[in-house]
Write a protein that binds this ligand. Structure first.
Ligand code: F6R
Length: 612
């Protein structure tokens, strides 16, 4: 949520910042801005809309500065417009700030400052922060770094900030709490950003700033202090991210690229984790903590959105394969519910970005109450990955399309491995089931490839339903969360109203919606619920609903009953959600494209939800 990029070095900063903002645009795309020194003074350019709009406007200024800050916004306080866009000036216009996060006590600070004569141009909490820092500087006569420290000790909320000041025009000051900030270290140059995507092109050496830390970057190097003014030696890490991973690679959208990457990403999620000779499962990140999982009285899976859906799939897997009590919680509800948590509970936090504010807060709550926390994250080094006791990365690679696709299948893959490893250890999986699961996993990347070969047929179905106004998605068992996920994908990128239900629930209300205009998508693969789902399809057909069914290859019954079928290969029931979700991703994608939607950056959304 909001993307930050700042540069200090020898290169012209403006083109570098614009390129960086485009890479970060998935984090927020309602407005953007840059601040640079030009002819000895601080200049800000900001614009409502996409980064390209900002680029078009500011390029004319012929900016040549080699230091600058840039921001792409996802509005929290104040509507998206030119004024509320970042950077924000201090009142003397000698400092500019970019901010990702929320200053919760901004109203009280603003009131105090207004009494002292500060005038605010925007509705943002961020502008209040730079005025506050300016005020402390004036009141105390302290250098900027110290004023930032004093201000941040009083601030409640979350922030990643970078400040550029006319009084130290060759220096950047940054700080973080709750919102990510990574510092790239090049040869005599520094890059500060919300994540490594705008940095990787220039350097692989990075320092992740921790909460309550302030970084000062100038010609003398990088200095990190915490809010108590204790200096810390920067810990330089090497990132593994490759540039191709964050480019479209010939696809029209990141989402389509990411859907088609799934044979590879799912294979990467399993790579090195299944010993070919013995079939033993090894999840390195769990080493030393696996006993906690074995002894767990209960597993609580927490996440938001698509990650919560992955948790719902995992509930079936852990219960069935490892015979353990499982609860699945929306992180945003869990954190405020005063939940009963025991020291022998294990919480598994699922997050693609590793930065979701509600999931992080849920982890902190469960940790305080003595639970062991495992993470299933995609973003390496992210806040959630670092807040957990142990975990397994999903290794899906960067996901840039706002709608999550490959992250979901990788999360489910890793959770499947965890459930199998646990069940095997506890002796709750029979040998033949274990062998079947391993065979199923081995075949999975190829089978996903087979489903993707059906894209043309799915596109034809999308064409027929492009202008549908509602959709219902139904599934049973493990395919119920897939139905939820299919409905979420459709609504977020096509803006069509869609609902997912357990197929048997339909009779308890939603069936009233069925008529000849209602498309109903059934996930109806040949598994333990097959007969039941066939009856549910009949109930919908009897009411003239238009049915699209995801069926197992070779099914002869359902194709005779429904309007459209999409076949997926036969696989182990526990693994089949990883196949049945793929056509739903493609269907949503094609419908959204046909409706002319901005698929990678749908309205009102952002990739990384760092506010609650
Ligand atoms: C949906 C989607 C969101 C995220 C949710 C959690 O396509 O992307 O629902 O799944 O915001 O995000 P992470 O997984 O980053 O914690």
């Amino acid at each position: 949520m909001c993307g930050i990029i700042a540069y200090l070095g020898d290169r012209p900063s403006f083109p570098l910042i614009i390129k960086g903002l485009k890479r970060l645009e998935y984090r927020g795309y309602d407005s953007s801005g840059v601040a640079v020194f030009e002819n000895g003074s601080l200049n800000i350019f900001k614009k409502k809309g996409k980064v390209a709009d900002l680029e078009a406007e500011a390029s004319a200024a012929g900016l040549t500065a080699t230091i600058g800050i840039g921001h792409t916004r996802w509005a929290t306080h104040g509507e998206p417009n030119d004024v509320n866009a970042h950077p924000h000036f201090s009142s003397d216009r000698r400092m500019a700030l970019i901010h990702n996060g929320i200053i919760e006590n901004y109203a009280a600070i603003k009131q105090r400052l207004e009494k002292k004569g500060h005038v605010f141009l925007s509705d943002t909490d961020s502008e209040v922060l730079i005025h506050f820092i300016e005020d402390i500087r004036k009141e105390t006569g302290q250098p900027l770094e110290e004023a930032v420290r004093i201000a941040l000790r009083e601030v409640v909320g979350a922030y990643a900030i970078v400040i550029l000041s006319q009084d130290a025009p060759d220096q950047l000051i940054a700080a973080r709490k709750g919102s990510p900030l990574v510092i790239g270290i090049g040869d005599g140059e520094y890059f500060l950003a919300s994540d490594a995507t705008p940095i990787v092109e220039y350097t692989k050496n990075v320092v992740y700033l921790d909460d309550y830390e302030i970084a000062v970057v100038n010609a003398h190097g990088l200095k990190i202090v915490n809010l108590d003014n204790t200096e810390k030696l920067p810990y330089v890490q090497t990132i593994e991210l490759e540039l191709e991973a964050i480019e479209k690679g010939g696809y029209p959208h990141f989402m389509l690229k990411e859907i088609f990457e799934q044979p590879r990403s799912v294979a990467d999620s399993m790579r090195g984790r299944i010993q070919p000779a013995t079939g033993m499962l090894q999840l390195g990140g769990l080493t030393g903590h696996f006993d906690k999982l074995v002894e767990a009285r209960r597993i609580i899976l927490v996440g938001c959105g698509t990650s919560w859906h992955a948790g719902l799939v995992a509930e079936y897997l852990f219960e069935e394969l490892a015979r353990v009590n499982v609860e699945v919680e929306y992180a945003s509800e869990f954190r405020y519910r005063n939940p009963v948590i025991h020291h022998d509970d294990v919480v598994i936090a699922i997050s693609q970005s590793g930065e979701t504010a509600d999931t992080l807060a849920a982890i902190e709550l469960a940790k305080e109450r003595g639970a062991t926390i495992f993470g299933v994250c995609n973003a390496v080094g992210s806040s959630i990955a670092r807040a957990t006791h142990a975990g397994a990365y999903t290794h899906a690679g960067p996901e840039i399309g706002v709608a999550s696709t490959k992250a979901f299948t990788s999360q489910v893959t890793v959770l499947t491995l965890m459930a199998i490893a646990l069940g095997r250890h506890k002796g709750t999986i029979r040998d033949e089931v274990f062998t079947g699961l391993l065979e199923g996993l081995a075949a999975l990347p190829g089978q996903i490839g087979q489903v993707l070969e059906n894209a043309g047929k799915i596109k034809e179905i999308a064409y027929i339903f492009t202008y549908a106004r509602n959709f219902i998605y139904l599934g049973r068992g493990l395919h119920f969360p897939v139905a939820l996920e299919g409905a979420l994908k459709l609504k977020e990128i096509s803006y069509i109203h869609a609902e997912g239900y357990p197929a048997a629930e339909m009779k308890h209300g939603p069936i009233a919606l069925i008529d000849e205009d209602m498309p109903v998508i059934f996930i109806a693969t040949r598994d333990s619920s097959y007969e039941k789902i066939v009856s549910n399809i009949q109930e919908v057909k009897a009411r003239k609903g238009r049915v699209i069914a995801i069926v197992t290859e070779g099914d002869e019954l359902i194709p005779k009953m429904v309007d459209f079928v999409i076949e997926i290969p036969e696989s182990h029931e526990m693994i089949s959600p990883l196949l049945s979700v793929i056509p739903l991703q493609l269907l949503s994608y094609y419908i959204a494209v046909m409706r002319g939607r901005d698929v990678d950056q749908p309205r009102n959304l952002a990739k990384s939800v760092t506010v609650e």
